[in-house]
Design a binder for this molecule. Sequence first.
Ligand code: KIV
Ligand code: NA
Length: 264
Amino acid sequence: SRRITVRDIARAKRDGERWPMLTAYDALTARVFDQAGIPVLLVGDSAAMVVYGYDSTVPVTVDDLVPLTAAVARSTSRSMVVADLPFGSYQGSAEQALDAAARFMKEGGAHAVKLEGGHRITHQVETLVAAGIPVMGHIGLTPQSVHTLGGYRVQGRGDDAAALLSDAKELERAGAFSVVLECVPTGVAAEITEQLTIPTIGIGAGARTDAQVLVWQDMAGLSPHVAKFVKTYANLTETLSDATKAFADEVVAGSFPGEEHSYF
Ligand code: KIV
Ligand code: NA
C-alpha cells in the first residue's frame, strides 16, 4: 500500500483518530516500524544523543542527519518520514531554513521537516510551506533552546499557557500540518488540541493530544535513563546484553561456531 501523506494526517484529525509516531535513525529499525504500521517516523535531532553520543541536541549538524534520513526513507514504504532541522540550520533566516530543508528533501528523501519554536520562526514556516515542504512544528520544551530554558523542564505552566496556545495558533496559521507539544501540562495540551484544526503530537503532554511520539530507544528500553513521561515496552538493554555475553562466552569456550555455522 501507498505512503502516508499530510492528507491522511488531516483526515485523522477530522475523524478523531489517534496515531503513534516514533523516531528512527537507521535502516533495520525503520523497516520494523514501517512494517508495524507506524504512520509517521521522525529522524529526530535526538540522534545527537542516541546515535552520536553527545549530551544535548545542540552539536548535531545537517551533514550528520541527512544520511540517517536517507537510510530511513530508503528502508520504508508506508511511513511518512519527517526530518528535524538541527540547531543553527534555520533560525538565521527563511533562506537558510529553505537551504537546510531542501537538503533533507533532496538528499535525504524526507517527506516533511520539523522546526522548533513558535512566533519566532513562523516566517521560516511560511517560506517552507510556500516552497511545497510540509512543516511540523515543535513547541513547549524545545531541547535546542536548553541553555535558554535553563534545563529540561515542564513548559507552559500557569501564565505561560496562553503564550504556548498563541504559538500553536501561529504555527497553524503559518501553514504547519501538525505540531509537537513536548513536556507541557495535560490540561494545556488538551486545550491546544481542542483549539487547533491541525493534529497535536504529544511527548510528556498527557493523553489528550491527537498523536503520541517517543524516542524509540526510550520506548524499547535501550536508553540508560528515561524521563517520567516515557513508558518502556521492552527491555532491549537486557536482551542485547544477554546475547552479547552468550556470544562472548561461547567464543571463549570454543562452542561457537558449530559445524552448522561452518563451511566444508
Ligand atoms: O528529536 C526528537 O526525537 C524529537 C521528538 C522526541 C519529538 O524531536
Ligand atoms: Na528533535
